[in-house]
Ligand binder design. Sequence first.
Ligand code: F6P
Length: 366
Amino acid sequence: MSEKKVRRIGILTGGGDCPGLNAVIRGIAKPAMTDYGVTVVGIQDGFEGFVEGRMRELSRQDISGIIGLGGTILGTSNKGDPFHFPTEGNNGIDIVDASARTLKHYKGWGLDCLIAIGGDGTMHISKKLGEMGMNIIGVPKTIDNDLGATDQTFGFDTALSIATEAIDRLHTTASAHHRVMVIEVMGRYAGWIALQAGLAGGADIILLPEIPFKWESVFQRVIERSTRGNRFSIVCVAEGAKAAHEEIVVKETDIKRTDPIRFGGIGDHVAHKVTEETGLETRVTVLGHLQRGGSPTAYDRILATRYGTKAVELALACQFGQMVSLQGLAVTSVPIADAIARQRLVPVDGEVVRAARAVGTSFGDE
Ligand code: F6P
């Protein structure tokens, strides 16, 4: 296929939003429109909007002044997987295959390529749409940093700095009141935010999904600190962390979501047990969607821009089925299939975990 064939590129942002999405959109659309005369079509609200055919051509004005803007000008959704599309049925929600409808919109809008910006759910769907004949390029997004085959997703750095600042702030109030402060951060099955924010913020205990913890070990550490004269402790807990032999704490399940499980509640669980077993006064902060809101850091703006411009290069070279990827310091690309082959979890004996242990952080497993 010659490079000239790509005249119309569709862009979609899928799954939970994260800082840097607009910087990627700009990184794709600016060179596409200005340097190559390509028409860029923005798909509204992720795959939900794709199935429903909600899209429009983007203008230069749409993409002006958005590099530092959080959210996504296109809207997103973590519902609406075309292969398991939720619709109102007679007896509640029916799940149907709407992939043929999606392909019809792709062809109807004359798209030569779709650039899908998203996490593992988006990449799984993208791979299947590619097998149906769509020309897909992926861009790895998520604050969780859990996508395989890339050293980093954009959005993670911003979430990390927000969580670190939150821990810094909790330190002063914890110390003033001599309390145990538990902070619950996002990340689903991966503990990247908890590990790195916990390390950067000097948390005393970090609890990760990858390292099931022992209650006794957590109690012992806060008591030790209090008897030593450190009259406060900071516990940074990932939403997917769990005690050995216990289940993940789930807030709700929703079959309309690409990932039906909504995490949440482990922070309260930890705080409750600590108070009950140690008698120490405890408070919980659930950082929640603050981690996803607002402006991206400079690092994320740059990474997102590099990812966007690389995605356009791939599109014009007709290198479909690829996801842009950070390997060391270089932005390159890998097959989408490699990105979804395995989740990127915290290596339990990795260098970062070892560094945290070396400075006295407990992972609740000793
Ligand atoms: O995947 C990103 C993420 O923020 C997770 O860390 C979190 O578990 C989930 O999305 C929250 O989803 P929602 O925005 O639907 O509550």
